[in-house]
Write a new protein. Structure first.
Length: 275
């Protein structure tokens, strides 16, 4: 039974905070679904019927809190298949490695797997506007993985509305979404918010042939009930496309949460599309 898992109070709290950090690094920040690499904000693009896409990324976050400096590295891998011209299905897995300044708190293993769809249900060619919907399931990890701070122990769900407006300089992407996070431990259910919201915008600029730069700004819900409900992020990103089916991406994300020092995440990734 998941609710029977026990650990000492301070250690359990610290491990769970790391699990939340992993959740946001791998699912929200540079999402395990990888969104539009290296951005957190997704776009409405799909692979088309019979199209395939593989995405791989390296995310590295450093989080400092009282008495502990934690460095978290996640390696998400996502495969996407085009079921129709406007509908994709995807599956994602990730490997997590945590290094902590607290003795005995290092950990490594699998994070929360994800399954999802992306459906572009509206497109207006004249207005250059498209809108889509992206539901996702984050699968719970084992009690042992929870105890080591690698993920959330019960299945969680999310839904994201995506809008893309093409412009003279490139495009602007808008996201609004909600996640339902489910916790097995009573202490975690009582101490943390279950509904996590995100609102974000990302203008992407075409600056040269094969090159794009982007700014991604957003606000999200802080899962910790003891702190202010809102936290935010800002990201600078660059994308190099040597060909139409291959992208290399690099991003730098600044995260800000109430009562915590600012933390930073570096993300680098590659996207390959093929038939």
């Amino acid at each position: 039974m998941r609710d029977r898992l026990r650990c000492p109070g301070l250690r359990c709290s610290g491990l769970f905070r790391r699990a939340i950090a992993v959740f946001f690094v791998s699912v929200v920040h540079a999402s395990a679904a990888l969104a539009f690499q290296p951005l957190i904000t997704d776009d409405t693009g799909t692979q088309g019927a019979g199209g395939n896409q593989i995405e791989f990324a390296l995310n590295r976050q450093e989080l400092k809190s009282a008495g502990d400096t934690t460095k978290t590295r996640t390696l998400p891998l996502v495969y996407t298949r085009g079921l129709a011209d406007t509908l994709d299905a995807y599956v994602g897995v990730s490997h997590v490695r945590i290094r902590s300044s607290i003795a005995g708190s290092d950990a490594k293993g699998g994070g929360n797997p994800v399954l999802g769809l992306k459906w572009r249900f509206y497109h207006n060619e004249e207005r250059k506007l498209s809108i889509g919907f992206k539901p996702e399931l984050q699968i719970g990890v084992s009690n042992d993985a929870v105890a080591r701070g690698l993920g959330i122990d019960r299945n969680s769900y999310s839904g994201l509305i995506i809008a893309t407006q093409e412009t003279g300089f490139g495009a602007v992407h808008f996201n609004v979404g909600r996640s339902q996070m489910n916790y097995g431990l009573d202490a975690n259910r009582n101490a943390n918010r279950h509904a996590i919201h995100r609102l974000s915008v990302a203008p992407v600029f075409g600056v040269a042939e094969g090159w794009k730069v982007a700014v991604d700004l957003g606000v999200t819900t802080n899962p910790d009930r003891t702190r202010r409900a809102r936290m935010g992020y800002a990201e600078l990103g660059a994308i190099w496309s040597p060909g139409k089916d291959l992208d290399f991406a690099l991003g730098w994300i600044a995260n800000l949460a109430d009562g915590e020092p600012r933390s930073f995440t570096w993300t680098a990734g590659v996207t390959w599309r093929f038939k």
